[in-house]
Design a protein around this ligand. Structure first.
Ligand code: ADP
Ligand code: MG
Length: 685
């Protein structure tokens, strides 16, 4: 059978089940056999009751001596039985599993697996797992048992069965896309063996070998993909000149602040690029609040005073609007015509603007994705800038760069990526880093509290407001569900209105509001006509209201570290002492750790590194826009050594591209083409 066949071809997988599998990204046989276990359990041998010792995990079989007894203690119901084999007896106890009372019968023989411990000086098994017959087959057959990630409606067993029947069908016939010569050089086993071992490991050594092959595989194609992207962007001869710099110099002088050293040197790099032999293709990384906007503004001014158009693309309308205002302020004394292009404009408004852009009556277009629409044609576009680049995919970035006639490309990102990784991942761009914040920024005092502090937090809000400052409150979406999102922010606002003194001006913002109202609300907050803005994460990126000094994040454990860092970055933008309060009732160790990282550091690079360590591939990168992880088995932190190796191999291949034309590389070539198509156009770096 072809590996691309749908899983419904397998016996036991009907339409309904297939839909569940689709939810976890499995549609073809190939998807199924490459649905890798996330962890493994060690299978264990049967033990006799007399051999049980505290803290060990045991698999035992025995006869139930007496019907179960259940006792209540507060909220907890304890159900226990005594189990007997030919060597002794032991107690088994479960919490809140009252149904066992009916299920377990005196005299019956059961098999259980669990951990032994002392309770009241007696050895017992606590909450052991009662094994069914098919569980048992599993534990008896295999030394190491795969544990697959689940989705609602699909059990371990269902996935194991499906994988098993796919493996049966495949029957050792998956052809290897890595040529034998390469496998030999890098001591990789065949794809077929690796797949088999990863699902049914013979022992740990075999498993590690298998994993290595599969991880290498993923990294290799990822790296090659990036390199191909880069190579496809042939270096383009710079056809623009930027010799006039009067506006630029004047603006620099009139700025209400002096540029930081880092801003200055990044601008130098940009100007050098723009006057270089080839076109600029540069990424500017800078932590939140490091002042990327003014850098963009100055580059734009340079382009315009030399007679060219520029375009600045931002991920949200709110942010595009904000850029419009702050750029207009910087452009105040210049004869520079700015146009805003966003999705919420009427067709007529857009058409008018399109005409002006094409006629060269607009110098700078600021907007959202709307700027990459087909209708937008420039007269003389020399510079395209993408802000908050991580919110866009490579594809969108390329579409923007495809406007005009080979313009210079500048992308800005507020998401710091650990440097070592950046070198490998941002293979296709030059990178500048704004590694300092403007002077005088006070650190944002960050606290992590539980919900019992909410009242006190609200009192603190009032205090800040009475001192003339403003406050953000971020509520998570209850679910990825628009209606819930809506109710949540609104009802929170209503409650707050009742609770706080009447003079406090509160309003809310969320993604589903009409853009016009959204913009108006944001503007009222920016102008200081609102004291509190209750919002979902729509305010996450880029928003700049220097008078806001307080950021409250409700249910903070629900957000990723990168996101929390971005949210916190909304305050501490003026001269006032600013605060960030994370409200969270998280009980999980991981949740607590995340809160602790936030309170101990404000360095985006540090937080990014920690995020990566905790989560493997964080949401910083490596996520396709569909939300599916880019890597199924590889982990860019743990497997960094394999990544480095794959990086070298990828380099060799991409330098000697002819090798791909050799017959032994046919499958490799096909797989690469496939990979480029399905992955690379979506990868959001
Ligand atoms: P980000 O890098 O997060 O996009 P912004 O460009 O929004 O940051 O800048 C944050 C704030 O810092 C703005 O209010 C901006 O005017 C101010 N700012 C930028 N550069 C400087 C500087 N060199 N000195 C003082 N303030 C600055
Ligand atoms: Mg910004």
């Amino acid at each position: 059978m072809e590996m691309s066949q749908p899983i419904t071809e397998l016996s036991g997988i009907g339409k309904k089940k297939a839909q569940l599998f689709n939810k976890i990204g499995i549609t073809s046989l190939m998807d199924l056999v490459t649905y890798y276990p996330t962890t493994y359990e060690k299978g264990i041998d049967f033990s006799k009751i007399q051999d049980i010792k505290p803290n060990g995990r045991y698999l035992i079989q025995g006869e139930i001596l007496l019907a179960p007894v259940s006792k209540r203690a507060g909220h907890i119901t304890l159900t226990s039985i005594r189990l007997k084999d030919d060597t002794g007896e032991i107690s088994l106890t479960w919490f809140n599993q009252l149904y066992l009372q009916k299920q377990l019968k005196e005299g019956e023989t059961i098999t259980v697996m669990g951990k032994a411990s002392y309770k009241y000086e007696k050895l017992q098994l606590t909450s052991p797992k009662i094994l069914t017959k098919s569980d048992l087959e599993y534990y008896e057959d295999k030394g190491i048992i795969p544990i697959y990630p689940l989705t609602k409606g699909l059990s371990q067993k269902a996935i194991r069965l499906a994988v098993a029947s796919a493996m049966d069908v495949v029957n050792n016939t998956i052809e290897d896309h890595i040529p034998a010569s390469m496998r030999e050089t890098y001591e990789l086993e065949t794809f077929n063996d690796a797949i088999f071992q990863v699902h049914y490991p013979k022992n740990e050594i075999a498993l590690n070998h298998a994993r290595k092959r599969l991880i290498f595989d993923e990294f290799l194609f990822f790296q090659l993909g990036l390199m191909m992207l880069k190579e496809d962007q042939v270096k383009i001869k710079n056809q623009y000149t930027f010799t006039n710099c009067k506006w630029y110099e004047d603006t620099l002088e009139k700025l209400p602040f002096t540029l930081t050293r880092a801003q200055g040197s990044v601008l130098e790099e940009i100007i050098k690029d723009m006057n270089g032999l080839y076109n600029m293709n540069r990424l500017v990384q800078g932590d939140v609040g490091s002042g990327k906007t003014v850098v963009a503004a100055l580059a734009i001014i340079l382009a315009v005073e030399n007679g060219y158009q520029s375009v600045l693309m931002a991920p949200t309308e709110v942010l595009a609007k904000q850029h419009l205002y702050s750029l207009e302020e910087i452009f105040l004394d210049l004869d520079l015509r700015v146009g805003l292009l966003v999705g919420s404009m009427t067709k007529k408004e857009k058409m008018d603007l399109y005409q002006k852009i094409e006629a060269g009556l607009i110098d700078v277009v600021i907007g959202t994705h709307a700027v990459i629409q087909e209708g937008v044609v420039f007269k003389d576009l020399a510079l395209v800038i993408t802000d908050e680049q991580h919110r866009f995919g490579v594809l969108q970035r390329e579409m923007l760069a495809g406007k005009g006639h080979y313009p210079h490309v500048l992308v800005m990102s507020g998401t710091p990526i650990p440097r070592t990784l950046g070198l490998i991942l941002y293979g296709d761009m030059d990178v500048s880093v704004i590694d300092e914040l403007p002077p005088g920024r006070k650190s944002i005092e960050t606290f992590s509290v539980n919900a019992s502090y909410r009242k006190r937090v609200h009192a603190f809000i009032v205090k800040e407001i009475e001192a003339g400052r403003q406050c953000y409150i971020v509520c998570p979406m209850v679910e990825e569900n628009e209606e819930n999102d809506l109710i949540d922010v609104i009802s929170y606002t209503e409650k707050l209105k009742i609770e706080l003194p009447p003079h406090v001006r509160i309003d809310y913002l969320h993604g589903q509001m009409r853009p016009k109202i959204k913009n108006e609300t944001m503007e009222r907050f920016t102008r200081g006509e609102l004291d509190i803005l209750v919002s979902t994460t729509v305010i996450e990126v880029g928003i700049n209201v220097p008078n806001a000094s307080l950021m409250i994040i409700e249910d903070a454990q629900r957000f990723g570290l990168a996101q929390l860092h971005q949210l916190r970055g909304r305050v501490g933008r003026g001269g006032n002492q600013s605060y960030c309060i994370l409200i969270s009732d998280t009980k999980s160790a991981l949740g607590k750790k995340r809160m602790a990282i936030m309170t101990e550091s404000q360095d985006g690079f540090y937080i990014a590194q920690k995020d990566l360590e905790i989560r493997g591939h964080g949401d910083l990168l490596g996520l396709r826009q569909s939300g599916m992880p880019m890597f199924k088995i590889a982990n860019i932190v743990e497997d960094i050594e394999i990544l480095k190796q794959a990086n070298i191999v990828a380099k060799t291949i991409s330098e000697k591209r002819d090798i791909l034309q050799e017959a032994t590389y046919e499958r490799f070539r096909n797989k690469l083409e496939d990979y480029m198509e399905t992955n690379m156009s979506y990868i959001a770096l």
